[in-house]
Design a protein around this ligand. Structure first.
Ligand SMILES: CCc1ccc([C@H](C)CC(=O)N[C@@H]2O[C@H](CO)[C@@H](O)[C@H](O)[C@H]2O)cc1
Length: 811
């Protein structure tokens, strides 16, 4: 029976407009005369989605035809942001959609602001996953992203008297027109229970709890719609939504127990981005999506290829940090208990299929779970982890080159104190590739967290320096710079960011500099408008916009920036005669809800802002502002408006950073330490076009190892000690003088993050920045060279490296 094929939809504006009214009428049931902006947005999304679906189906058909190998990116986080502008741009329909909506009296840029951010992530790791999904489609790699369809994403941040307040995020309150519910794609997920062993010694896990994982698919459009890939997010459903017996005997809560447990499983994203919550629900979430994803991968593989042993040739599974690391044990369970393979064959297939990316060296961020909890929740997996561990330790001892301490360091079980399962080690031994996210980070991984396992398996660790998608982070958020650049570089920059290099030829050209500066100025005017609207502060767009936006964390050293701001404020007051470079210091970022010091740092930024902004002595030279609710959409407004990008982490602690790349590509100068990807940015941009200061990672390690007394350093720096005195004595918190006493005491006593140690070098670097700002032609030339030389940091380059060196999907 030959089915009629769908009528392809043309994209001329008239047709688009007609389709939009069609959707409004028949899908949303609204008359155009009374439609709300939200209605128009939904109708427009549905019409754009139609154009995506065609390419999506072609991409899928083509993958089946080619019997191609698929990449599966497993991540607890996808920090997508808004999708409208991305889809319309990558379909190259911006003009047509603007015209179509214009005919209907609707402005695309207005309704797009109504789209909620899909804030299904905390920070760098989640945003990287989103950039990677778009790049995999843009470089034509068949790929699926797998994650959780949180009902509530990253909390909404409000400031109450300068204090962070967390409010539930409700991105689904108007529904999500981009997604397709796939009721047919659902899998049973078990927890707890026991293991039954038959006389052939085969194991069967009998879970005590069971839930459905149901799929919701969102299409991910690549540049020029080269390919459309799938982001499959799982929602938990009860097997038995209402236990009637319990209900009938009046136990209404009991009757709803399963539903409530299911609800909790995919309800909310854990807002921690460096300190594991350590709660059982987090482990349940990690297993829930890992098991659903693996069952879906094996179902698809068997349906197409019929032989489980060919899995490594047809599927590459990438674990985004340790959050899906339980997948190593779950794949073993499925291969042995469901597909009846023996342990050795299963282990070989597992290792050849799985790869793992590490995103942090912070000891407190490395996940480990108490053995009793793991055993109770996942008894079969605990058994398999013991078998895997026995094998690995046997291998290590067999080499005869490792002492007991080293062997203990390799073990999947941490035997110190309470026994815990080390998820990093489990991911390492179960993977053929372990990559870091910048050159420095990868080297430090070999010397620290994985030093013993690296000795046992010296060929597994490799580097894949992060990248960012140039579509969202240049073309879409900074069309002015994109269009100006194209005049010099030609049209290929979106598929070949290295072509930006041509801007080098006009870096010193006065006319080009003028146009370049005018675009930056327009972006700053726009941001100034947002600042006034959100916090009621007027800032001067001709001043230097000095921006630090990222999660609040002591290693990212927002505190050092604030202390330097206090020192600068003091200097300006005591030396008004000097030619100070007018600055607007902008901060934004969320603190994990349980992270006390990070929340105090937000309050301090606001307390300093209140005093500085009210001071007539510094009015025209210094303004400070903390913008609430930092997210992807706010970043898209702040990044193009930056003159100076603050990348000042304690060397050795920021695995890579990706904000650093976004700022440089948008023509901001970077003041930073030799940490993460800053090191490689300096190599590509040129040491003369970036302002580096501070201790190196080796010097930090040496200082920590050989003891260092911050008090001496503070005493030797009048600016620093004066600023610290002002803060700890309550100059900025008259209503609570001791508010920052402990925070400053921490600096005086231990200064683990080297704020005092790096202060003078940082302050001197800031004065260098003032000097460069005073010579605008020099500043503009440096800024243009930054934008010109960031081609390497396209996530297309990163993904091609993964594709060639880890997944073997590109030759
Ligand atoms: C379990 C709690 C938790 C949640 C998230 C994380 C992430 C690994 C933290 C994170 O986002 N790391 C950042 O990853 C980026 C992408 O590779 C890097 O650019 C950043 O340097 C790194 O901090 C750790 C621990």
């Amino acid at each position: 029976m030959n089915l009629p094929s769908p009528t392809p939809k043309s994209s001329d504006p008239a047709r688009l407009a007609a389709d939009i009214v069609d959707r409004l009428t028949y899908r949303i049931g609204k008359d155009a005369t009374v439609a709300t902006p939200d209605d128009w947005l939904t109708a427009a999304v549905l019409v754009v989605r139609d154009r995506v679906v065609e390419r999506w189906m072609e991409s899928t058909r083509e993958t089946y035809r080619r019997e191609g190998k698929r990449v599966y990116y497993l991540s607890m986080e996808f920090l997508i942001g808004r999708l409208m502008r991305d889809a319309v741009t990558n379909l190259e329909l911006v003009g047509e959609m603007q015209e179509a909506l214009g005919e209907l009296g609707v402005e695309l840029d207005l309704i797009r602001e109504l789209e909620p951010d899909a804030a299904l992530g905390n920070g760098g790791l989640g945003r990287l996953a989103a950039c990677f999904m778009e790049s995999m489609a843009s470089v034509d790699i068949p790929a699926y992203g797998y994650g959780i369809r949180y009902q509530n994403g990253m909390f909404r941040q409000e400031l109450s008297d300068g204090w962070q307040v967390e409010l539930p995020e409700t991105w689904l309150e108007h529904g999500n027109p981009w997604e397709f519910e796939r009721r047919e794609s659902r899998y049973e997920i078990g927890f707890g229970g026991h293991i039954e062993r038959d006389d052939a010694d085969n194991c069967t896990w009998k879970p005590a709890e069971r839930f459905w994982a149901e799929a919701f698919d969102t299409p991910i459009v690549g540049w020029k719609a080269k390919r459309v890939n799938t982001l499959r997010l799982w929602r938990a459903e009860p097997i038995d939504p209402l236990e009637l017996e319990a209900f009938n005997r009046g136990d209404h809560m009991g009757a709803l127990q399963d539903s409530m447990k299911a609800e909790a499983l995919s309800r909310v994203l854990y807002p921690a981005d460096a300190t594991p919550a350590g709660q059982a629900l987090r482990l349940r979430q990690e297993f829930f999506f890992s098991s659903a994803s693996l069952q879906d991968i094996l179902r698809r593989h068997m349906a197409q290829f019929g032989r489980i042993t060919s899995l490594p040739e047809k599927a590459a599974i990438q674990l985004n940090d340790t959050h899906p690391a339980v997948s190593v044990a779950e794949l073993m369970r499925l291969l042995i208990d469901v597909h009846n393979l023996d342990f050795d064959t299963a282990w070989d297939i597992t290792k050849r299929t799985i790869a793992y990316t590490n995103h942090t060296l912070l000891p407190e961020a490395l996940e480990s779970w108490p053995v009793p909890l793991f055993e109770q929740l996942l008894p079969r997996h605990m058994q398999l982890i013991y078998k895997i561990n026995a094998r690995v330790l046997r291998e290590a001892r067999a080499t005869g080159t490792f002492d007991d301490a080293q062997v203990a360091g390799m073990s999947l079980i941490d035997e110190h104190g309470e026994r815990r399962v080390r998820m990093g080690n489990l991911a390492f031994v179960g993977a053929h590739s372990i990559n870091g996210v910048s050159g420095l980070h990868t080297e430090l991984m070999k010397e620290t967290v994985f030093k013993d396992l690296h000795k046992l398996y010296p060929l597994r660790i490799n580097n894949k320096t992060n990248g960012i998608t140039p579509r969202r982070w240049l073309m879409q958020c900074n069309p002015g710079l994109y269009n100006l650049s194209r005049e010099v570089t030609g049209d290929s920059i979106m598929s070949d960011l290295d072509a930006m290099k041509a801007l080098d030829t006009v870096a010193e050209d006065a006319a080009f500099q003028e146009r370049f500066a005018a675009i930056k100025r327009a972006n700053k005017d726009r941001l100034a408008g947002v600042i006034e609207k959100r916090i009621g502060l007027k800032v001067d767009p001709s001043a230097m916009f000095d921006i630090q936006i990222k999660r609040i964390h002591e290693y990212k050293r927002q505190l050092m920036n604030i202390v330097e701001t206090v020192a600068l404020y003091d200097q300006i007051r005591s030396h008004p005669e000097r030619a100070w470079a007018p600055r607007v210091k902008l901060f934004a970022g969320k603190a994990a809800s349980s992270y006390h010091n990070a929340k105090l740092i937000i309050k301090l930024a606001n307390d300093v802002a209140r005093v500085v902004n009210a001071d007539p002595a510094t009015r025209d030279v210094l303004k400070v502002a903390f913008l609430p609710n930092y997210n992807v959409s706010l970043a898209e407004v702040m990044v193009p408006a930056a003159d100076l990008s603050e990348q000042i982490s304690t060397a050795g602690m920021e695995a890579s950073g990706t904000g650093n790349m976004k700022f440089a590509l948008n023509g901001a100068l970077t003041i930073g330490t030799l940490d993460g990807a800053n090191v490689e940015m300096r190599e590509h941009i040129g040491a003369e076009n970036i302002i580096i200061f501070g201790l190196t990672a080796a010097e930090v390690a040496e200082k920590r190892a050989n003891g260092y007394s911050p008090e001496e350093v503070i005493a030797a720096s009048p600016e620093l000690s004066q600023a610290l005195k002002a803060i700890e004595s309550g100059v900025f918190s008259p209503e609570d003088r001791n508010r920052y006493a402990d925070l400053v005491a921490g600096l005086r006593m231990s200064d683990w993050f080297m704020v005092a140690a790096d202060f003078d070098s940082y302050a001197a670097a800031q004065r260098d920045v003032d000097g460069i700002w005073a010579e605008q032609p020099r500043w503009q030339a440096m800024a243009i060279r930054n934008a010109a030389r960031m081609g390497y940091f396209s996530s297309d380059r990163t993904i091609r490296q993964y594709g060639r060196e880890i997944w073997n999907v590109i030759n």
